[in-house]
Design a protein around this ligand. Sequence first.
Ligand code: PHE
Length: 464
Amino acid sequence: MENKKKSGFTGSIGFVLAAAGSAVGVGNIWRFPYLAARDGGGLFLLVYLVLVLTFGFTLLTTDIALGRKTGKNAWNAFSCVCPRWGFIGKLTFLVPVIIMTYYSVIGGWVLKYTSVYLSGRGAKAAEDDFFISFITSKAAPIVFMLIFLAITAFIVYTGVEKGVERFSTIVMPGLFVMILGIALYSLTLSHTDASGITRTGLDGLAVYLIPDFKGLTFSRFLNILLDAMSQLFFSLSVSMGIMITYGSYVKKDVNLNKSIAQIEFFDTAVAFLAGLMIIPAIYVFSGTDGMASGPSLMFVSLPKVFSSMGKAGIIVGVIFFLMILLAALTSCVSIMETLVANCSNIFKTSRKKTSFWISLYSAVTAILICLGYNIFYFELKLPNGSVGQLLDIMDYISNSFLMPLISLLTAVFIGWVIKPKWIIEEVETGNVKFGRKKLYAFMIRYIVPVIMSILFLQSLGLFS
Ligand code: PHE
């Protein structure tokens, strides 16, 4: 971390790619489509896009500018500006602590699918209960998770992130092209089910794109808003300290305004296309019933798309899962890296020693999460109306509960204590034109605090 700090990012492109490497991960490709599908498609998409342009931009700007201006990581950035508000920085630390418990579990799922396609058994993966029987089995999910985690830990331990980031400059555009190709292909699908109903990719596209306001109640709308907001936090890696730390590595001559717009655009485009690739396909094969399947969605729907491609599908499957694997890895590295940096700062331990303890923590907690699908299986109704297991509960605590709270506190702090001008000045460093300056000030003072308060209460189930 120290070395990195001195050297910083080589330039604006280096920064954008590194931030995108953290931002683009299974959040975009796995989490976004399943939430969008569960919440009915078009309406979720609309809400999400509005949120990206308003909240996403505001929160990303705040984190990155705060990091660059103070030159400190999240733990210290708030307290160095105002000791009384330093506790927000401490609070952000909790988010990666929780996300780390399950991110590698999903990484393990992706790894499993990669290996299935690599060994030419892609057709099996398209069978109906393949995914369920995999995650409910006792050993396999743990083994794959541990391999994924070991690779992540190795990268963090040896400090070769720079190399990985360079690698991701090749992988990211490749992933983008693949997703686009598969998305276009899935629009051409058509399937007739047992009851004789034929559904096409274009019908599915309509479900994905056209908002359906029928039967919309206030409480359901709030739930969609909460889901979309939680997705925004998770996907952009904001309100959890990571972007503050990244901001602290950015040189003063980098145009923050432009870089932020690029990160926002890239992250959202990947999520949008992932939805386009997965939602019409699941609609074609399983109708609206299949759309509610939650975390399993991508793993159930994509193999079906690949298998409909015939032989080519096996190769597409291999390349595709390999790419997601890398995207997941760069994100997981950024989460673990933050934990290691923070803990070695707090406990004054060496980087290597801290990496070891964090890896152990991650492994033990992730094993528990894996067992949440068999030994510790239960069904808990979450305040947002969905039913969850251990993984969903962790996800809920970090993304639906902690992050609105942190954003609320940050917005009050920036908007009312140190004032938006403080951030705006940082973005404008070097005569940069900050086009959305007025929007920023208005959002951070009024809109973010109000909406986050409502969502925070909603996350506790108060309006349901
Ligand atoms: N943003 C990453 C994704 O979309 C996940 C992530 C969360 C990364 C938190 C870093 C921190 O997958």
